[in-house]
Design a protein around this ligand. Structure first.
Ligand SMILES: Nc1ncnc2c1ncn2[C@@H]1O[C@H](COP(=O)(O)OP(=O)(O)OP(=O)(O)O)[C@@H](O)[C@H]1O
Ligand SMILES: [Mg+2]
Length: 324
């Protein structure tokens, strides 16, 4: 029997390897919606504490940060360790109110066609122990966002107008969101397709936490967890150089010298590609350099030289303009 409420209390220190004395509620049995545990996941302390407040105190938590920094997987991995069912919804521009709330559909019952209400994902999740995560929250359509606004308040009931029914949230329902921008529009130009968010709506998120980049050593651990073949002394050195280069691109971006940043996701992909091609430099070009503006490639090649310790091979540093 799967419990409908958390029936365990566990120490967050042991679950997430972070410095805290917090005890957190968890489920003793996992249902099908509990995400699989990624044992190599590295938890960032502040984000983890914010998410745990969401689970423990029913706070609405929005995680914001640059692309590929582990926002979506962070929520998922916290839920995984609490055995808390968790469903992720990508709030792209095609998600409609009907997808969220539900609609009447014709179904066959005992050979007869009957009209039946099919709950949308929000209606469905609201009624069960479930952490609902809206990914790409800043890409949602304005009319859709107003549906979410109603349930953002903790006691937020959902009124199904055509059903004349009011749905009470389950006591173990939780709501999270992830976004690249903070709802004030995209000042960086990196996140085309995002929208400024209604501030009345932003106001309803109880906790807004920023997850950008991990410390150097932690980021190395993330890469080593994904690519264990680098768990040797030279391998670790290579990964350290990759992470250092990524940090330079982030600094370069902050200083206005670069228009592309290397995300932790890209560092992992670079390490994976380097294994596939047996060539760190070639993998670098194919994973990152080719994505950089032509005018900025010389600077990126210089970063490479500084971190890896030798120049990018001539055939790897691009000669001539890229084919467009
Ligand atoms: N702390 C971490 N520990 C382990 N893996 C990580 C960590 N951070 C990021 N990753 C890995 O990096 C990749 C990107 O993570 P994720 O998709 O969660 O990022 P995101 O912040 O949601 O990105 P986006 O803004 O593009 O949606 C995943 O493969 C994830 O496993
Ligand atoms: Mg994401």
């Amino acid at each position: 029997m799967i419990p409908t409420r958390p029936d365990l209390t566990l120490a967050a220190r042991d679950l997430f390897r972070i410095d805290t004395d917090l005890m957190v509620p968890a489920f003793s049995v996992a249902d099908d919606h509990v995400p699989p545990i990624d044992s190599g996941y590295v938890f960032e302390r502040e984000t983890t504490l914010a998410l745990l407040a969401g689970f423990l105190h029913n706070r609405r938590v929005l995680v914001q940060g640059r692309h590929g920094t582990g926002k979506s997987s962070h929520v998922e991995q916290v839920a995984a360790r609490l055995n808390w069912p968790c469903v992720r919804v990508n709030l792209d521009g095609h998600v409609t109110r009907m997808d969220l709330v539900g609609k009447d559909a014709i179904v066959l019952r005992d050979g007869l066609q009957v009209t039946e209400f099919q709950p949308g994902i929000l209606t469905w999740a609201l009624q069960r122990p479930c952490a609902l995560v809206f990914d790409e929250y800043d890409a949602g359509r304005a009319d859709v966002m107003f549906v979410i606004q109603r349930v953002l308040e903790v006691e937020g009931r959902l009124t199904l107008l055509d059903q004349s029914r009011v749905i009470e949230p389950h006591p173990a329902f939780r709501l999270f969101a992830t976004a690249n921008t903070i709802g004030l529009g995209d000042a960086t130009g990196l996140y085309h397709g995002t929208q400024p968010l209604n501030q009345g709506q932003m106001d309803r998120w109880n906790i807004v936490v920023t997850l950008n980049y991990l410390a150097h050593d932690q980021e190395i651990e993330v890469v080593l967890a994904r690519c264990p073949e680098y768990r040797t002394a030279p391998g670790r050195q290579t990964v350290s150089a990759m992470v250092a280069l990524a940090a330079l691109t982030r600094q370069g971006f902050a200083d206005g010298d670069l228009s592309t940043v290397m995300s932790p996701r890209t560092v992992v992909t670079w390490a994976e590609n380097a294994t596939l091609f047996h060539d760190v430099a070639l993998a670098f070009r194919l994973t990152f350099l080719n994505r950089c503006d032509e005018d900025e490639q010389a600077l990126v090649a210089e970063y490479y030289q500084r971190c890896v310790g030798h120049d990018l091979p001539a055939e790897t540093a691009r000669k001539g303009p890229p084919v467009r």
